[in-house]
Design a protein around this ligand. Structure first.
Ligand code: PLP
Length: 468
């Protein structure tokens, strides 16, 4: 056994360790990051020696292992792929919509090299980034004009700022909603400088309520989709076309914040009927806004459709420059939109829609593949079963509606369900599951075909060796 001084003297020299790691090309990382990793390992060992916890000199292999592990920890991306076993299809915390593979390819094409983002190739002069998707959006929805910004919150702010700043906006009390904690209609209205005039009661608002509230300062009627909750029972709201008729008489504009915004009537797949974007456009409102990454299944974006005169004013607003969409979003949005020329292609190729429309038997098949792989290992230290469960749409769409699905249920004698949930969530590839009636549940609707083999490897490793 060596004494403390000898142990301290035997610690590797930082420079030498780095040179060696670089020679061996252990990791392709910035030199200062390598330095940070090496220092961290050596500092930890020094602390252990001083605390008397380390009593022998680690071998060269030991050190190499430690360096490699720390480099891997330090260089691991903070934003990572996770496996979604929660059964929530449009999960805001897990990145909402998954992009179609051609949309991903377009991002690659337009980001590795230059692109014609704001360059008109025909004329050889400066072009508009908005023109890249405007025709597609108008074609698909029947709108006169279109504009896309960073997200739907930005879209709402921008339109309010353009049409109603310094004036009054009338909203039904039943539609003053809060979405996902940080987006609240009354607050975003205040930010935009418009005065909120609330009308009606929480459960019922009539056309006469809007009528009676109109003053000389009224600029806008705003309708908001109550995305994340549903009112049932004795309720009444004013349909957009009636509001439009009243607004035309009084020279007021009408805006609808549709929230999720879908181009396809999903009731044909057994889902509840949500108002489509085309229906809102057809009701002749002046402007409608919705998200790109909720039911539409594209990248994060805020899509603004409307009458030519309104959209042209919105485009000229200086605030638009601060909220503008980037080229990666435009690249993937354009690809996503092209699938919508027919419903069948959209459902097959846009992952969010495919997941929502996937039939139960097909989900069960995926569950069975995972189940069989796990079962085949005789060292497996847990009980597994295929059980029925209920998935959710998420993303503020169809809040009360559950989609029948199948899950893998896991119970282990030696591990608490909370422990399992924690360990799988914090592993190499994080797995997000649910706890239901004291069992760990992985809803196979949101576990993609491409996830299954990684997931079975992770589960086998965990439930046979207990280290993820
Ligand atoms: C989700 C939602 C928003 C916010 O959209 P983001 O794209 O998340 O900015 C605004 N309004 C409604 C009604 C929504 O459902």
């Amino acid at each position: 056994m060596k004494n403390q001084t000898e142990l301290l003297r035997s610690l590797p020299k930082v420079d030498e360790a780095i040179n060696k790691l670089q020679e061996e090309q252990i990791a392709k990382v910035a030199k200062n990051l390598l330095l940070k990793a090496v220092r961290k390992c050596i500092d930890t060992e020094r602390d252990n020696i001083l605390k008397g916890e380390s009593k022998s000199v680690p071998s060269e292999e030991d050190w190499n292992e430690r360096f490699k592990k720390t480099i891997a920890d330090i260089t691991r991306s903070n934003l990572r792929r996770v496996i979604n076993g929660s059964g929530v299809v449009i999960h805001t915390n897990l990145g909402r919509s998954l992009l179609a593979s051609d949309a991903v390819e377009q991002i690659r094409n337009c980001s590795k090299g230059y692109s014609n983002l704001e360059f008109n190739l025909e004329k050889g002069v400066r072009g508009s980034r908005y023109a890249l998707v405007e025709e597609l959006l108008c074609d698909l929805t029947g709108a006169e004009a279109a504009l896309v910004v960073n997200n739907n919150a930005a879209a709402v702010l921008l339109v309010l700022d353009t049409l109603a700043k310094g004036k009054e906006t009338i909203v039904s009390r039943g539609e003053l909603v809060e979405i996902g904690g940080s987006f609240r209609i009354p607050e975003i209205m205040e930010k935009s400088g418009t005065t909120l005039v609330e009308v009606g009661a929480t459960n019922r608002t009539h056309l006469r309520d809007y009528q009676n509230a109109v003053t000389e300062r009224t600029a806008l009627f705003l309708k908001v989709h109550t995305s994340n909750f549903r009112m049932v029972g004795f309720t009444a709201e004013v349909p957009a076309d009636q509001l439009v008729a009243l607004a035309r008489e009084k020279n007021i504009k009408v805006m609808e914040d549709l929230g999720s915004g879908c181009f396809i009537d999903l009731s044909q797949f057994g889902l509840p009927k949500e108002k489509t974007v085309q229906e809102v456009v057809a009701s002749e409102v002046d402007v409608v806004t919705f998200s790109g990454d909720k039911l539409l299944g594209g990248p994060q974006a805020g899509i603004i459709l409307g009458k030519e005169d309104v959209i042209s004013r919105v485009k000229k607003n200086q605030l638009n420059r601060a909220l503008r969409i980037d080229k990666l979003t435009l690249a993937s949005l354009e690809s996503t939109l092209r699938w919508y020329y027919d419903t069948e292609s959209a459902i097959q190729n846009i992952p969010t829609l495919a997941m929502l429309a996937e039939r139960e038997d097909s989900i069960k098949k995926r569950a069975k593949i995972l189940y069989d792989t796990l079962r085949a290992d005789k060292d497996l230290q847990c009980e597994i079963a295929i059980v029925p469960t209920v998935s959710r749409t998420g993303g503020g769409a169809m809040p009360e509606y559950g989609l029948d699905s199948w899950a893998i249920q896991i119970v282990a004698e030696t591990l608490s369900v909370n422990q399992i949930e924690h360990d799988l969530r914090t592993g190499d590839i994080p797995v997000i599951g649910r706890i239901e009636q004291d069992a760990y549940i992985l809803d196979m609707r949101t576990v993609m075909d491409g996830d299954v083999s990684d997931l079975s490897n992770l589960l086998l490793r965990y439930f046979t060796e207990k280290t993820v």
